[in-house]
Ligand binder design. Structure first.
Ligand SMILES: Cc1ncc(COP(=O)(O)O)c(C=O)c1O
Length: 300
């Protein structure tokens, strides 16, 4: 059975991942079981996703009751779960508004577009370039791989998108030198998670914030991996006493259901008016409150 499944996968699934020879069939908390009955402890929580563990009873219940109540709604209408989730995220972060989508890459796409649109709205369309960090990771779509500061991610997909500049992480002077009149934003993981785990030096993110403020450049934190409690605080930026203008979330936001969110402060978020950006499935992000009786619990 196990080897049959692996052979079948080799025949029919795109070869984009090198897989371990394990067929997982069940999960509970942080324990996973394979088809041969072996148990594993999931130290990586999927890939930084299952913060509340596998097959969490409250989430399973919320998902099941939502599926039987209201299945999909586009962004052309209001729904209570979507509003409650946005409100919870706003109340617990620096941000004033949320845009929902389906993945981290899409959240970063939204952030990249919003940063460009913000300056475009102000009549400064020449400000479109985004500075990102060497060894960063921002996703696999064309814009987000272009933003990523790792050549191996881009190899074979050139030409990458115009408008990204890369500087070393933890080097405020490199940032100061790189910013010019064409820069609209700096995009950074507060703790780098894919080019090795690299923490910011003491004072580095504060210096980045200061340089952005001095030059009028927007600061985007990619918290797709660090967000939702994975560093001990709800968002990693809370450790460093620095708030971004835009933040992106995904991965652990719904413990494994596909969701991304792009959060922004009001004066930036307002650059996205009706018709400027969209997501079909983004309309039905959110579940009925999985903990009835407690308002403002995060839905999924
Ligand atoms: C920091 C960071 N940004 C973006 C992404 C892309 O997220 P997704 O795979 O959901 O598109 C990832 C995924 O590993 C990530 O770690």
């Amino acid at each position: 059975m196990t080897s049959e499944i692996m052979e079948q996968a080799d025949r029919v699934i795109a070869k984009t991942y090198k897989r371990f020879p394990v067929v997982l069939s069940k999960g509970s908390g942080c324990t996973l079981f394979d088809t041969d009955g072996r148990r594993y402890t999931d130290f990586v929580a999927g890939i930084a996703v299952c913060n509340l563990g596998h097959s969490h009873a409250g989430i399973a219940q919320a998902l099941s009751s939502q599926a039987q109540t209201l299945w999909h709604v586009s962004n052309l209408y209001y729904t209570i779960p979507q509003v409650e989730l946005a409100d919870w995220l706003v109340q617990h972060s620096f941000a004033d508004r949320a845009f929902f989508c389906n993945s981290g890459a899409e959240a970063n796409e939204a952030a990249i577009k919003l940063a460009r649109k913000f300056f475009n709205e102000r009549g400064e369309s020449q400000r479109f370039r985004i500075i990102t960090m060497e060894q960063s990771f921002h996703g696999r779509t064309m814009a987000t791989l272009s933003a990523t500061g790792q050549d191996k991610i881009k190899k074979g997909f050139e030409p990458v998108l115009e408008g990204f500049d890369y500087i070393p992480f933890n080097d405020p002077e490199a940032l100061r030198t790189k910013i010019d009149s064409s820069t609209c934003a700096v995009m950074i993981e507060p703790i780098q998670g894919e080019g090795g785990v690299r923490c910011p030096d003491s004072g580095y993110l504060k210096a980045v914030r200061q340089i952005c403020d001095q030059t009028g450049v927007l600061l985007i934190f990619d918290e797709i991996q660090t967000g939702m409690g994975r560093t001990g605080r709800l968002f990693a930026y809370e450790h460093f006493g620095v708030e971004p203008d835009i933040m992106t979330l995904a991965k652990a936001l719904a413990n494994g259901l596909p969701i991304g969110a792009m959060m922004a402060k009001e004066q930036v978020a307002e650059a996205f008016g009706p018709g400027t950006h969209a997501s079909t499935f983004g309309g039905s992000r959110g579940l009925q409150n999985p903990c009835p009786g407690q308002r403002n619990q995060p839905g999924t």
